[in-house]
Design a protein around this ligand. Structure first.
Ligand code: G6P
Length: 612
């Protein structure tokens, strides 16, 4: 939520910042802005809307500067507007600041400042924090760094902030708690950003700033301190990412590119881990903690959004293959309902970004209660990855499209390997099925490639159904979470109301919605529920609903009962979700496209939700 960029060095700051903001737009695009410092003069430009609109609004303006900060916003406090856009300036005009996060006690601080005569030009919590810092600086007659430190001790909430001041011509002061911050180290220059994507083209050496750290960043110097003013040694990491991975590479949209990247992404996830020849699964995070998993009285999966759907599939996998009870929790609910966590319980956190605030905070409290945390994360070095005791990266590569696609199938690949490895080690799964499932898993990249070979029929279907006002997605067993994911994707990208439901449970409510206008998508591949789902299709047809099916190639029955079909190759039911979800991703992509919508940046959404 909200992307931040900062630069100090020998280059022109504005182009670096604008390019960086475009890369971070997946984090929010309600408004954007930059603050540039030149010869002690602070210039701030802000604009409602996407970064391109900001760019247009500054044409002809003097943008010369070698230091600056920029922000792309996902609104929390105050509507999306020019005046609520970041950077904000302090009352004196001397300081400019950008912020990602939420200051929870801002109303109280605002009251104090109002009584001292401060005025506010925006509705944001950020402007309150900024003036609070300025007020401390004035009253304590101290430097900006010290004022920031004092202010942060009073703040409740999450933040990553960057601050510049017109009396310090080349310094950016940054601080983080709960929201991510990466600093890129160049020669005589430093780059600051919410993730590495704005930095990668300039340097691969980065420092991930930790919670409760303050960074003082100058062209030739990076000082890290804790809130107690003690210097910390910056830990330099080398980025393992190429620029091409975060560009569109000839596709019209990141979402389409990422859908098509799935064969390679799943392959990369399996590579070196799934050793079918020797019947081994190599996952150090599991191997080193095998006893914890085998003896776990219960596994609790914590996630949000699409990652939560991957968690639901993992519940089926782990219960079937490992015979360990699993609960799947929405992170936001898990945290606040004071859950019972027993000694020995294992928590699996699933997150693409590794920065989702609800998941992060849920894990922090579970960790405090002594739980063992295993992270299934895509973003290397992210907060959730670092907070986990152990984990397995999905290696799906950067996912930029706001709607998650390749990260989901990557999560399923990791979770399937985990379930197989633990189940086999525990003796809950016999060797023939273990080896069979390994082979089926190995075949997934090729089967996904097959599905992606010709998608023109899905594009035609999208054009046919694009004006529907509602959709129902139904599935049973492993395909039930796929139905949920199909509905979520369609909602996100096409703004069509869609509900996912267990196919049988549909009779207890949603069936009342069925008429000749309602498209009902059945995820009806050949599995142990197949006969039952055939009956459910009949129930919809009897009420004149339009039936769209995801069916197994070669099946004659389901296609004969459907208005439209999307085929996927045959696979074991435990593996099938990685295939059956692909046509649904494409259906939502092409529906959004047919409706002329911005599929990479759907309204109101953000890829990385770093507020609770
Ligand atoms: C947002 C994104 C979703 C994502 C969810 C969880 O809602 O738009 O695509 O599934 O956050 O994100 P995470 O990074 O934790 O997987």
């Amino acid at each position: 939520m909200c992307g931040i960029v900062g630069y100090t060095g020998h280059r022109e700051a504005y182009p670096v910042i604008i390019k960086g903001l475009k890369r971070l737009e997946y984090r929010g695009y309600d408004s954007s802005g930059v603050a540039l410092l030149n010869n002690g003069q602070l210039k701030v430009f802000r604009k409602k809307g996407k970064v391109a609109e900001l760019e247009e609004s500054v044409i002809g303006k003097d943008l010369q500067s070698h230091i600056g900060i920029g922000h792309t916003r996902w609104a929390t406090h105050g509507e999306p507007s020019d005046r609520n856009a970041h950077p904000h300036q302090s009352q004196s005009g001397e300081l400019a600041m950008i912020h990602n996060g939420i200051i929870e006690n801002y109303t109280q601080i605002k009251q104090e400042l109002l009584s001292k005569g401060y005025h506010f030009k925006s509705d944001t919590d950020t402007e309150v924090l900024l003036n609070f810092i300025e007020d401390i600086k004035k009253n304590n007659d101290c430097g900006l760094e010290e004022a920031l430190r004092i202010a942060l001790k009073r703040v409740v909430g999450a933040y990553c902030i960057l601050l510049i001041s017109n009396d310090d011509p080349d310094t950016i002061i940054a601080a983080r708690k709960g929201s991510p911050l990466v600093i890129g180290i160049g020669k005589g220059e430093h780059f600051l950003a919410s993730d590495a994507s704005p930095i990668i083209e300039y340097t691969k050496e980065v420092v991930y700033v930790n919670d409760y750290e303050i960074a003082i960043v100058r062209p030739d110097e990076l000082i890290l301190k804790n809130l107690g003013n003690e210097k910390q040694t910056p830990f330099i990491t080398k980025l393992d990412m190429e620029l091409a991975a975060i560009e569109k590479g000839g596709y019209d949209h990141f979402m389409l590119k990422e859908i098509h990247e799935q064969p390679e992404a799943i392959f990369d996830c399996l590579r070196g881990r799934l050793l079918t020849q020797t019947g081994q699964i190599k996952m150090a995070g599991i191997e080193n903690n095998l006893d914890a998993f085998i003896n776990a009285p219960r596994i609790i999966i914590v996630a949000c959004g699409t990652s939560w759907h991957a968690g639901l599939i993992a519940e089926y996998l782990i219960e079937e293959l490992c015979r360990i009870p699993v609960e799947v929790e929405y992170a936001s609910e898990f945290r606040y309902r004071n859950p019972v966590i027993h000694k020995g319980d294992v928590i699996i956190a699933i997150s693409q970004s590794g920065e989702t605030a609800d998941t992060l905070v849920a894990l922090e409290s579970a960790k405090e209660k002594g739980a063992f945390i295993f992270g299934v994360v895509n973003a290397v070095g992210s907060s959730i990855a670092r907070l986990s005791h152990a984990g397995a990266y999905t290696h799906s590569g950067p996912e930029i499209g706001v709607a998650s696609t390749k990260a989901f199938t990557g999560q399923l690949a990791v979770l399937t390997m985990m379930a197989l490895k633990i189940g086999y080690a525990k003796g809950a799964i016999k060797q023939p099925r273990y080896l069979q499932l390994m082979q089926d898993l190995e075949a997934v990249p090729e089967k996904v490639r097959e599905i992606l070979q010709d998608t023109s029929h899905i594009q035609r279907m999208a054009a046919k159904y694009k004006d529907a006002t509602d959709f129902l997605f139904l599935g049973r067993g492993y395909n039930f979470p796929v139905a949920l994911e199909g509905a979520l994707k369609l909602k996100e990208i096409s703004y069509i109301h869609a509900e996912g439901y267990p196919a049988a449970e549909m009779k207890h409510g949603p069936i009342a919605l069925v008429d000749e206008k309602l498209p009902v998508v059945f995820v009806a591949t050949k599995d142990s529920y197949y006969q039952k789902i055939v009956s459910n299709v009949q129930e919809i047809r009897a009420r004149k609903g339009k039936v769209i099916a995801v069916a197994t190639a070669g099946d004659m029955v389901i296609p004969g009962m459907s208005d439209d079909v999307m085929f996927v190759p045959d696979a074991d039911e435990a593996i099938a979700p990685m295939l059956s979800v692909i046509p649904l991703q494409l259906l939502s992509y092409y529906t959004g496209l047919a409706k002329g919508l911005d599929v990479d940046k759907p309204r109101n959404l953000a890829k990385s939700v770093t507020v609770e």
